[in-house]
Ligand binder design. Sequence first.
Ligand code: NAD
Ligand code: GLY
Length: 368
Amino acid sequence: MIETSTGQRTLEVSLGERSYPIHIGPGLLGEPDALAPWLAGRQVMVVTNEVVAPLYLERCRASLPADAEVRELVLPDGEATKTLESVSRIWNALLEAGFNRRCTLVALGGGVIGDMVGFAAACYQRGVAFIQVPTTLLSQVDSSVGGKTGVNHTLGKNMIGAFWQPRAVLIDTETLVTLPAREFSAGLAEVIKYGLIRDADFLGWLEGAMADLRALAPAALIRAIECSCTLKAQIVAEDETEQGVRALLNLGHTFGHAIEAHQGYGKWLHGEAVGAGMLMAAELSARLGWLDESGVSRVRNILAAAGLPLSAPADMSVEDFLVRMRLDKKNIDSRLRLILLRALGDACLSDETTPEQLDALIEAFPRA
Ligand code: NAD
Ligand code: GLY
């Protein structure tokens, strides 16, 4: 990690010749030429959405070289737009602009934009460069790092996609000032996730820092983002294509994806669904005898302090969960595999849960 006197940090995702930097700091977006080092050529397509464009597109333009051939595409907002149709719009715009294999896509926005733009880049002319400029907390600590790209299918979340790494990730922490509080809380779910799966010290720090984080205290924010990105970068470097340890990053996601898909994408925020899912995973871990009640209480309390839901949707039956969970990408030969907690800070991939234990957990979990 490199630290400058202005409080900026630079980390690296180490993937051999595909290694790339993560720059973190206040006010990075808008710095002249901030994006210039990672452009593959002069052709640049900035893709953003209708909410982010009025806030940050101008600053993004200012960070590109004056001689770049810049096109902009502003998509509708929302998880419901994370579809192949939206990705086709990106490909159409690239083709209409006559962009070649040395073009660069810039993903300016949250995880929805980042996932779609990354997938568009992975496929356009069999793969072109892209840069992540994440503007939500969730995308800054998770989705912009690690190269998972893709879109949703009506039968499952993120079911169509590719691994395709960005050239760089530029995290301007000042963009969080305009983020709605509910979206910020959703991002905190992924921050808490890192502590739960891999770093009990970080979890302990987060428990004390939650009020500062929700007040956007700059030092707390930078530390939370830096620790999260460091942990994610380590895991991605160990296991880029999720053959092993990377699956742990899906703590709470199997339950969470079921909630999102059942409710219709966008009703529950991804991070909210993951938050409730992590509590379900913690409670299941307790049923297996791995966590004690005080461990489950710590999970519940930190999620509550982050402003996240502690219950599942009122209208979701056990079968509603199971139908969706059976589609999960971690399952092998129809065996349901879940990320559970052996202890706080120590997650594992487990197929030890019996159908009866899972049914009982889902049945007993609170609804609201
Ligand atoms: P999002 O992209 O929908 O952004 C949330 C909302 O905030 C949107 O309305 C957006 O327009 C708005 N917004 C973005 N930046 C803003 C800002 N600075 N100020 C004001 N409003 C702003 O949602 P998200 O939570 O960023 O990302 C969720 C998506 O990320 C999901 O599709 C999820 O599957 C995906 N994801 C991917 C990975 C991965 O590894 N690729 C990891 C986690 C989540
Ligand atoms: N968000 C899960 C992963 O990147 O693997």
